[in-house]
Structures are given as C-alpha cells and as structure tokens.
Design a protein around this ligand. Structure first.
Ligand SMILES: Cc1cc2nc3c(=O)[nH]c(=O)nc-3n(C[C@H](O)[C@H](O)[C@H](O)COP(=O)(O)OP(=O)(O)OC[C@H]3O[C@@H](n4cnc5c(N)ncnc54)[C@H](O)[C@@H]3O)c2cc1C
Length: 386
C-alpha cells in the first residue's frame, strides 16, 4: 500500500505511542494528539507478560524496554497469613519459551523509552479531542482549544473513556467491577522485601499485591470491595488502609508504613463489556478504547502493545487501510474478549468475601497444578503478530 496517507493517533498513552512508532517504522505518516498539556511521570508500576515482550521485539523496541525494567523470577499467590497457595516459576518458563515471561517497569520509564523512539514533531500535546466528523474522504477532529485537524485515518487510542468509542457505539460505557484500588511506587523500602518475587495476597473482600520494580523501587496495589465512587474510600490515606491490611502478613503492613499519603493513586476498577466491532471505515479503536480490561491478569497494556504491532503489520500488508482495519478487528476480537472475560471472573474470585467460599477457593488454588500457569503463558505467547 502507498505511504502517502495521514494517520491521526488520538491518545498518547502506551497504546498510542507504541502504534505510532510501529506505523512510522513501516513508513507511514503519523501525528499523535494527546490531551495532557505536558508529559509528566505519571502512574505506578506495570507488569508486562511474554506477549508484550514479543510484540515489542517485532516492533524493534524490546531491548530498550527490557533495559528500563526488571525480570520477575517468581509469582506467588498467598493467603493473608502469608501461606503460599501457589507459585509460578516464571524464570523457568522464560527459559523454556526463550522469551522473557514476566517483567516489571515503572510506567514513566516505559513512556520515556517510547517517546525516545517516536520521530520528532509527531506528538502534539494539549489536544483534547471533544468531537469528530467522519466522511468518506477522511476524519475531522475537533479539539477543546477550538482547533481542529484533518487526517485520512484515525487510530483511536483514547483509553477507557474514549470519545471515539462512545460516539461510534453509544452505550459502550465503562462497567464497575465492584472493587476499588490504591497503588503506589515507593523508594523507601522495608528490609523484608524479596526482590525476586511478585506476590498477590488474597483476603476476604480485599487483596494486596507487591511488585518489585528494581532493587530501589517497589510497586504495590490494594483492592477493596466497595460501592462505585465511594465517598469514604476516595479519601482513604495510609492509616485507613492499615485498618484493612494491618493484620496481613509481613511485609504488607511495613510497606504501607513506608508509604506517604501523597504517593497514593486511587481508582475504581472498571472495564468495557467486550465489543463486537473495532473498525468503523476510516476509524479503528485499539487499546483500552476498544477492550479495557480489569487489571487482574496484568494484560491491559499488553493487549494494547499487541494491538500496536498487529495493526501496523496488517495495514502494511493490506491493499486498503479500510480492509486492514476490518482484518485487525477480525484478528483481535476473540482474543481480547477472552482476556476481558477471564480477567473479570478472576477478579470476582479474588475479591470473594464469604468465609466458606474463600476457604474453598484457597484450597483449590493450592491444588492447581503448575501446568495451569504454563498453559496461560503458552496462550499469551502464541499470539500471531501478522
Ligand atoms: C490499577 C491498574 C493496574 C494495571 N496494571 C496493569 C499491568 O500490570 N499490566 C498491564 O498490561 N496493564 C495494566 N493495567 C492496564 C493498563 O494501564 C491499560 O490497559 C493501558 O494503559 C492502556 O493503554 P492505552 O494507551 O490504550 O490507554 P491509556 O493508557 O488510558 O492512554 C490513553 C491516552 O489518551 C489520552 N486521552 C484520553 N482522552 C483523550 C482525548 N479525548 N483526546 C486526546 N487524548 C486523550 C490520555 O490522556 C492518555 O494519555 C492496569 C490498569 C489499572 C487501572
């Protein structure tokens, strides 16, 4: 296909920046419109699976991404007393598949790597898309600052609250998962951290995750069952979190005590009920805009990164961009639907409150053979990027 067409990528998050780089490397002309007025080191840590690493390899970014984070050796699920319910030997699985299986990185560091690889003058900041008009010859995007832009095609990467998705599929609003989440990255670490292990501790209606980012930084998250946008929970600080997690095993209380209130990031957990369409003529949805998922499988960003590699390969290999967008949709709907649904179910089970059910759950997790985790990795790494 000719390379003269202009692509607008709306949203400069992980998905938007990755697809912009992937498209540029195929020779396409891309502009990224991002609503934030400046790039700031936002967010917490991110776990990336084997599929994200495979997609970054395809785009040619994996060396720099891997340098900026660290490899996870083991992943454990524990009960609140610290008894290990199951451990996945991630290092062994990585060796078997000859691909890094699990990896952590600070979001800001991933952004920095992506920005470094984006061609100069690609990113336009402070461009908050408020509406768009689609014609047979292109798409006009209107921004909040009164300006507009015209392009031949739009790749909508504007996240879970996507303006594009809401207009193209009215009613596709986020759904609340039933639990709310606090996250933080801390550098002031307690002595008792095992840097080789990522862990998630399941209580009754609440759980706590520990993800070492490197020897100096640790990312943690805490989820609690709550009403949507709960006015009491939204003002929680460390002391209130200690009321829920203070009796959890070491080093959870210590990690909280080493966290300042101003380091907390709070969100209700939401996703999008799986869609049946991503392609709309000269507009395509990808990343969270298309298939936002709950974070229980650590796959939201991974899916956006897979999307980026697949979309660029598909556009480059098709006769028309419209055909490529439809082919992309066909390749992505089933896989992303599976992830969204599995992650939703996993979150429900992890957040169970009933004492009897949680006891049964923990016993079943203990009995689950290690081949189960490996099958999951196999499913993730078998993604075809073309
Ligand atoms: C608590 C939590 C933990 C998570 N942990 C993991 C994990 O460990 N591993 C993993 O793979 N995923 C994880 N995720 C999911 C991951 O964060 C998302 O899936 C990923 O960020 C999606 O990338 P995106 O680029 O599609 O969307 P986003 O990251 O949301 O980026 C969208 C971008 O678009 C911009 N934007 C929005 N609206 C407009 C507009 N109207 N005009 C212009 N720009 C706009 C935004 O400012 C933003 O920069 C987690 C999510 C949560 C909530």
């Amino acid at each position: 296909m000719g390379r003269s067409k202009r692509f607008a990528v709306v949203g400069g998050g992980i998905g938007g920046l990755t697809v912009a780089i992937a498209m540029q490397r195929k020779g396409f002309h891309v502009t990224v419109y991002e609503s934030a007025p400046f790039i700031r080191p936002l967010g917490a840590g991110l776990g990336l699976g084997v599929n994200a690493i495979k997609a970054f390899m395809d785009i040619g970014l994996s060396d720099d991404v891997l340098k900026a984070g660290s490899i996870i050796k083991k992943i454990s699920i524990k009960d609140q007393h610290g008894n290990v319910l199951t451990t996945t030997d991630s290092e062994r699985i990585s060796r078997k598949y000859k691909l890094v299986n699990n990896f952590t990185i600070h979001r800001a560091d991933l952004h920095e790597v992506l920005l470094r690889h984006l061609k100069e003058d690609t990113l336009q900041l402070g461009k908050n898309c408020v509406d768009f008009t689609q014609t047979s010859s292109g798409v006009k995007i209107n921004f909040q600052d009164g300006s507009s832009s015209e392009s031949d095609y739009v790749i909508a990467c504007d996240g879970v609250h996507s303006v594009f998705r809401k207009k193209l599929i009215p009613g596709s609003v986020p759904r609340y998962a039933g639990y709310t989440c606090w996250r933080a990255v801390i550098e002031n670490l307690p002595a008792s951290i095992d840097f080789d292990v990522t862990s998630e501790t399941w209580g009754r209606g609440h759980r706590f995750g520990i993800v070492p980012v490197n020897k100096n930084r640790l990312y943690w998250f805490a989820c609690i069952n709550a009403n949507e946008n709960d006015s009491l929970k939204r003002v929680y600080g460390v002391p209130e979190l200690m009321n829920h997690f203070g009796k959890f095993h070491t080093p959870i209380p210590e990690i909280l005590q080493h966290t300042r209130n101003d380091q907390l990031i709070w969100n209700d957990i939401i996703d999008i009920k799986p869609l049946k369409r991503f392609a709309f003529g000269n507009i395509v949805l990808m990343g969270d805009a298309a298939h936002a998922t709950t974070p229980n499988m650590g796959q939201g960003a991974c899916m956006a990164i897979e999307d980026a590699a697949i979309l660029a390969n598909t556009v480059a290999g098709s006769n028309t961009v419209e055909d490529a967008f439809v082919a992309f949709e066909r390749k992505r709907i089933k896989r992303t639907t599976t992830i969204v649904n599995d992650s939703w179910q996993l979150g429900k089970v992890a957040q169970w409150e009933n004492p009897l059910l949680t006891t049964v759950r923990n016993s079943l997790v203990k009995l689950t053979p290690s081949s189960f985790a490996e099958r999951q990795v196999k499913f993730l790494q078998e993604v075809s990027l073309h």
